[in-house]
Design a protein around this ligand. Sequence first.
Ligand SMILES: [Zn+2]
Length: 78
Amino acid sequence: METKPCIICGHELESALPDNDWSTLQPHGGGQVTLSFYYGSCKFDLNMDGTQFVGVICDDCGEKCVERMKRTTENTRD
Ligand SMILES: [Zn+2]
């Protein structure tokens, strides 16, 4: 069964969807993380459209990070 590692601790997460479906990043016991870099990044803004990285994060690591992030219901998925 395919798993994906939490971007912080590396804990392997399984898909929350039936049949090990990873067509969207919806892990059981975690969530999707998107990092967006645009003009201003000295390392990752590699083109004028910006650069994005997507991955998964476990609930425990997410709990430690969300207090430093803005909460939004805007869907930023493509
Ligand atoms: Zn983690």
